[in-house]
Design a protein around this ligand. Sequence first.
Ligand code: GDP
Length: 290
Amino acid sequence: MTIQWFPGHMAKARRQVTEKLKFIDIVYELVDARIPLASRNPMIDEIITNKPRLVLLNKADMADPKITKEWINFYKSNGIQALAIDSQTGTGLKQIITSSRDILKEKFDKMAAKGIKPRAIRALIVGIPNVGKSTLINRLAKKNIAQTGDRPGVTKAQQWIKVGKDLELLDTPGILWPKFEDQLVGQKLAATGAIKDTILNLQDIAVYVLNFLKEEYPERLKDRYNIEELPEEIVPLFDEIGKRRGCMVAGGYIDYDKTSELILRELRSQKLGPISFEEPKQFEENESNE
Ligand code: GDP
């Protein structure tokens, strides 16, 4: 799904999330474990203000496990609990309830002290498109929830999905926009498949990916494409991969579109192994440069 975000849509999306905050105890901020910064909404702190939050690093199966641990520690050192999850298989989901209870302990203890009967924790999932919100809801609900969507003129009551006896989720997640005006963010979102390739130039995305892999995961590139020594420059590296994979056009030239497509397909289908495009280290460096 690709959503075109215009200022009016952003304002509406924000309003919808703000409306829902009234009904819930905690926000589950879903991000992509490979790009926890690029896949978050730039205004999230402002939108959810002081609601308790649990960050869920989704698609952790596709991220570098060592870097995911660093992210969890990074959040922790900033006073935020974060969990690595895989919504497709359900790995890590049990911990969501335990962590939510932990985060909300004080609130629920206070309610108990006032004699209020214990009730399930109420949560809202928020995140940018394609981060895995529906997959997570369906996994937690253990069934396929019909997508109701917005119907003009029909005021829909809030629908709750029960997850065991301790958790209730709002059935429609909050969809927020990414920081797409930043070119690097766009490239990361495209590389991980969060936005359609047609929005950005295919070759630009592949160049970004190859440069990144050459720096951070050179051995994976060498192994996958059987290259002994990686060329310094990006064009010869493209040529090398294109040649080895038969991405050629008449006259013996490299078909760069086809080579780009191949690289991105292999990256997204995990042929290059689990890869993280962002580390907390870079974030800390950026912060101190600003
Ligand atoms: P939404 O737009 O946020 O509701 O995202 P979806 O739930 O539609 O998920 C977008 C894509 O990501 C789908 O192809 C899902 O199968 C895939 N996906 C979601 N969660 C995971 C995960 O934890 N691991 C992997 N590998 N893929 C996932």
